[in-house]
Design a protein around this ligand. Structure first.
Ligand code: MN
Length: 369
């Protein structure tokens, strides 16, 4: 069923009476977490729970299972609640950890280079600091941003983006704070996993990114799924991802920090890509180790995301930039229309599962800016 006793993702919802409460999803219903631990979830979100660390995460999960198995407590139908952001978002970092995505970007933007990957790419997980304040929960409308880019006739103008894209990504939620976190210690600091859509205005991004990184082309909105799946639920999905050459000692893998997640990207209900997260080059443990390797600290509620998840096949590419080869090869939707970039009214849904564990989807509809 996908939302069974082995899954139990965490979120925060507003009930029919307008009250916000922390909840765990079970089937098509939610259990109020304050019934399991009144203190930890008193504020209605997951902040204190995230900060408490792995022993508490395991205890609460076991108590949730006991509660649901005993059937002592009433569940609230999912249809009666509205999800909100489940915790206070701290810093937001976005990586570029898919070799296939990075190589395709290299082929599109630096054609003719013998190696499509930049010289640094296999040495460390490349990333940039994103804008935490514009992270929104799944279901929030996305207003088409305006910005600067060259018009058809040459001069730079300020106009609504003509190249609005999606990026199907997997995000990781930080629990206890830390710095210089070793790869082997990552699971003491990462609570769970959720889908993320890093909306991108490619024309704005292309004009502003020389010589620094993405800025207004991405900072207008980033959508986060409403349900956070604990790493504890994904034990069977763990995998080791081989790396060649082996990175420096502080980034060397110590365990199975890859995750076999099967993603699906749909536009207006039509699946346009099926990326596989198991093929990512850098693991979440390496991303966290790299991000804190210079002494920078992570805090509870920080989110770091994988970057676009793309596989080797065309049908596994996690953004329109790759799927349409920068607009040169439109994709057909089932309704007889085609797309190079997103149009007003388009609804994008990224979903994923790992065996019988379903991840909470991340959805958003484009509105006129
Ligand atoms: Mn991204």
């Amino acid at each position: 069923m996908g939302w069974g006793i082995g899954n139990l993702p965490y979120g925060s919802v507003v009930g029919p009476d307008g009250r916000r409460f922390a909840a765990v999803r079970f089937g098509d219903a939610v259990l109020e977490l304050a019934r399991v631990d009144a203190d930890l979830f008193a504020a209605g979100g997951l902040d204190r729970f995230l900060a408490a660390g792995p022993a508490t995460w395991s205890r609460v999960r076991a108590e949730v299972v006991d509660t649901l198995t005993a059937d002592r407590h009433p569940l609230v139908p999912l249809a009666d609640v509205t999800p909100v952001l489940p915790f206070a978002i701290g810093d937001y970092v976005d990586f570029f950890a898919s070799e296939h995505h990075a190589a395709n970007c290299g082929r599109i933007f630096r054609p003719g280079n013998t190696d499509p990957l930049s010289a640094n790419w296999r040495h460390q997980p490349i990333g940039y600091d994103g804008r935490a304040g514009s992270v929104v929960v799944s279901g929030t409308d996305i207003a088409r941003p305006s910005g600067q880019f060259p018009g058809d006739d040459g001069p730079i103008g300020f106009a609504p983006t003509r190249r609005l894209d999606l990026e199907a990504e997997v995000a990781f939620v930080v629990g206890p704070p830390g710095t210089r976190i070793a790869v082997a210690e990552a699971d003491e600091h990462v609570f769970g996993v959720c889908l993320l859509n890093d909306w991108s205005a490619r024309d704005i991004q292309a004009f502003e990114s020389a010589p620094l990184g993405p800025f207004l082309g991405k900072s207008f909105a980033t959508s986060l799924a409403a349900w956070i799946t604990p790493l504890e639920a994904l034990a069977a999905a763990r995998t080791r991802v081989p790396q060649d050459p082996e990175p420096l000692p502080h980034l060397r893998e110590t365990g199975a920090h890859g995750l076999r997640l099967d993603l699906a990207v749909s536009i207006n209900g039509q699946v346009v890509a099926r990326p596989e997260f198991g093929s990512m080059y850098w693991s979440y443990a390496q991303m966290l180790a790299h991000l804190t390797s210079n002494g920078a600290a992570v805090r509870t509620g920080d989110v770091f995301a994988s970057g676009t998840v793309s596989g080797p096949a065309r049908g596994q590419r996690g953004c329109l930039l790759e799927l349409t080869w920068n607009g040169a090869e439109p994709i057909e939707l089932g309704d007889g229309t085609s797309r190079t970039w997103l149009e007003d009214g388009d609804e994008v849904v990224v979903s994923a599962h790992a065996g019988d564990i379903t991840l909470g989807e991340v959805a958003g509809r484009i509105t006129r800016g």
